[in-house]
Design a binder for this molecule. Structure first.
Ligand code: FAD
Ligand code: FES
Length: 271
C-alpha cells in the first residue's frame, strides 16, 4: 500500500465556506478503502509533504473515491484549486478502520466539523451491512456538531444514505444549542444506550474527542475515536504523529496515529 499511486481529480465542488468536496479516480483506493482509513495526497509538485484526508465516500464500480476538506493552509488551498484532470501523487488507503458494533447494539456516530468525513463512509458501510443482517435492523444514529448552520455541509450526501443527522450548533442556529458531545449526553439520558446497548464512534477536534471519551468511560459505553496529527511520512517510519496510550496494566506507551490508528479505543488514549 505504500507505493505512490496516481489519482486523477474528477471534480471539485465548494460545499461550504472554505469546504471542498473532491472526487478522484483510482481503482485500488475505490475498491479497498474502509471507513476510518485515509489517503495521503501531495497537493502539487511544489509541495514537499503530503496531507492526510479521510476517505469520505467510495464507488468501486465507477472506481472513484471522495474527500471532504477544509482549506486551512497552503496544502489544502493548493489541492482545492487544482484543475480537473490533475494527476495527484497519492498514498493509500492508509491506517486502520472502525470496528463493527456487537450484534444488536446501536452504532452512534458523533462528529465535529470536518470529522464527519470518515463517519459518512462508516454510516454507508453500516447501512449496507444493516440491510443484510438478520433479525431487527439497527440503523446508525448520527450526531454532528458545527459552529454555525452555514458549516452544516453535505447533508445531501447523508440523505442519499437515508441517514438523518441530529445537528448541534455552538450558536444554536441549527438543531441543538451546544456541542455534539452535549447533545449526545442529552440523548444518552433519554435513551437506553447504557452498557451493552450502544457503540460510539467519534471524529473531530481533539478537545471534543477527549470530552467524548470521558463521557463514554463514565457511562461505560464502548467508544472508538479517530485522531488527527500532522503526518510527515504517513506510514509509520518518522514517529512524527505519536499519541500516548495506556495499556490494561496502566503502562504508558507511544502509538503512531498513521500506522496504529487513526482509530483507537477511546479508553486507551491519554489525552
Ligand atoms: C488521519 C487524518 C485524517 C484527516 N482527515 C481530514 C478530512 O477528512 N478533512 C479535513 O478537512 N481535514 C482532515 N485532516 C486534517 C488535514 O490533514 C489538515 O487540515 C491538513 O493537513 C492541513 O494542511 P494545510 O497545508 O492546508 O495546512 P497547514 O499549513 O499545514 O496547517 C494550517 C493549520 O492547520 C493546522 N493543522 C495542520 N494539520 C492538522 C491536523 N492534522 N489536524 C488539525 N489541525 C491541523 C496547523 O496547525 C495550522 O494551524 C485529517 C488529518 C489526519 C491526520
Ligand atoms: S507520520 Fe510518520 S510515523 Fe506517522
Amino acid at each position: 500500500m505504500n507505493r505512490p499511486r496516481r489519482a486523477t481529480l474528477v471534480w471539485t465542488r465548494r460545499v461550504g465556506p472554505n469546504v471542498y468536496h473532491q472526487r478522484f479516480s483510482d481503482s485500488l483506493i475505490a475498491r479497498r478503502a474502509k471507513a476510518g482509513q485515509f489517503v495521503h495526497l501531495l497537493p502539487g509538485s511544489d509541495h514537499l509533504f503530503r496531507r492526510a484526508l479521510s476517505v469520505y465516500a467510495t464507488d468501486p464500480r465507477a472506481e472513484t473515491f471522495d474527500v471532504l476538506h477544509q482549506v486551512l493552509g497552503a496544502g489544502t488551498r493548493c489541492l482545492a484549486h487544482q484543475p480537473i484532470g490533475t494527476v495527484i501523487d497519492t498514498l493509500g488507503p492508509l491506517g486502520n478502520s472502525f470496528t463493527p458494533p456487537a450484534r444488536g447494539t446501536t452504532p452512534v456516530l458523533v462528529g465535529g466539523g470536518l470529522g464527519m468525513a470518515p463517519l459518512r463512509l462508516w454510516a454507508a458501510e453500516l447501512m449496507a451491512a444493516r440491510s443484510t443482517r438478520r433479525g431487527k435492523p439497527v440503523a446508525p444514529i448520527m450526531i454532528l456538531g458545527v459552529r454555525t448552520r452555514e458549516l452544516a455541509v453535505a447533508p445531501y450526501q447523508l440523505r442519499t444514505l437515508h441517514v438523518h443527522p441530529h445537528w448541534a450548533t455552538d450558536d444554536g442556529s441549527l438543531g441543538f444549542h451546544g456541542t455534539a458531545v452535549d447533545l449526545f449526553a442529552d440523548m444518552l439520558r433519554r435513551n437506553d444506550w447504557g452498557p451493552g446497548h450502544a457503540m460510539v464512534y467519534g471524529c473531530g477536534p481533539e478537545p471534543m474527542m477527549k470530552a467524548l471519551a470521558e463521557l463514554c468511560i463514565a457511562q461505560q459505553v464502548p467508544c472508538e475515536v479517530s485522531l488527527e496529527r500532522s503526518m510527515p511520512c504517513g506510514y509509520g517510519v518518522c514517529m512524527g504523529c505519536v499519541v500516548t496510550s495506556r495499556g490494561a496494566s496502566g503502562y504508558e506507551t507511544y502509538r503512531r496515529v498513521c500506522r496504529d490508528g487513526p482509530v483507537f479505543d477511546a479508553a486507551a488514549i491519554v489525552f
